[in-house]
Design a protein around this ligand. Structure first.
Ligand SMILES: Nc1ncnc2c1ncn2[C@@H]1O[C@H](COP(=O)(O)OP(=O)(O)OP(=O)(O)O)[C@@H](O)[C@H]1O
Ligand SMILES: O=P(O)(O)OC[C@H]1O[C@H](OP(=O)(O)OP(=O)(O)O)[C@H](O)[C@@H]1O
Length: 230
């Protein structure tokens, strides 16, 4: 059995992953049509799997894949105690995005987490319910706000178009990924000065829990030396 490597199945993350490996002499190529999600690595004993970027953390955590490429935000959000389950092999230098907390630009008195905490307490007194923060990053946001001492809020789940929730009246603030900042600007939102939760980057991870047979360890060490990683 060969090493099972999961990579993103579409879009920029897939293209840049293929390019990253190609620059290091590992040619990945699709073997079927666009929609077949089949691919192979030329000249290496690698079982290449095209997977949803969002599902790669689970595949790593379960050990169904030995190695996986995905955003560090997705691994940290989706794997409890992620450092025990996976190891960072390489930060790949693309897929940069910041997970941040943002509030309406018109909240002129709110520019830090302390301000948000104060506003959240007032909000609850005034409205009888907690200030709502829309996000799909529940674990990372909860941990971050706990550390920052922000308590009087509740998370509302948003799996997409999160910046729109404030205008739509389903949340007062958001925590989401941003890269150019255009979506935030278009939705009249501003990032809190100390509101950076995580700097995400496409990362190659190794599953600590995957079963490594002797010949797989050997194949891995050859693969890493071809990549210039040892
Ligand atoms: N605007 C952006 N700029 C750069 N990176 C981004 C941006 N939006 C999301 N990302 C990153 O891309 C990665 C994949 O994001 P997402 O979960 O949205 O995947 P997806 O496009 O829905 O793919 P899939 O459905 O296959 O899981 C995440 O690590 C995220 O940080
Ligand atoms: O800072 P910007 O360059 O404007 O990018 C930020 C946007 O990109 C992502 O959305 P994506 O297009 O992946 O869709 P989503 O709403 O489904 O998350 C993210 O959720 C933001 O909405």
């Amino acid at each position: 059995m060969s090493i099972r490597l999961g990579v993103p199945s579409k879009g920029r993350l897939m293209d840049k992953t293929f390019a990253w490996f190609a620059e290091r002499g590992i040619e990945m190529r699709r073997t079927g049509s666009e929609r077949e999600y089949a691919a192979e690595v030329a000249g290496a004993d690698i079982d290449l799997r095209l997977l949803s970027a969002g599902e790669i953390p689970r595949e790593l955590a379960s050990g169904r894949i030995h190695l996986g490429v995905t955003g560090s935000d997705l691994v940290q959000e989706r794997i409890p105690a992620w450092e025990q389950a996976v190891e960072v092999v390489a930060e790949m230098g693309f897929g940069h995005a910041d997970l941040i907390v943002a509030v309406p630009t018109c909240w002129v008195d709110v520019s830090t987490l302390d301000d948000l905490d104060a506003v959240a307490a007032q909000f609850r007194q005034r409205h009888g319910y907690r200030l709502r923060i829309a996000t799909k990053y529940h674990r990372l946001v909860r941990d971050f706000l706990r550390e920052a001492g922000v308590a009087d809020y509740r998370l509302v789940d948003s799996q997409g178009a999160t910046e729109g929730t404030v205008a739509h009246g389903t949340a007062e603030a958001i925590a989401d990924i941003t890269s150019t900042g255009e979506t935030l600007r278009a939705n009249n939102l501003k990032i809190l000065e100390d509101g950076l939760i995580h700097r995400s980057e496409a990362t190659l991870f190794r599953a600590r829990g995957a079963e490594w047979k002797a010949h797989e360890r050997q194949a891995l060490s050859e693969f890493f030396s071809r990549l210039g990683l040892d």
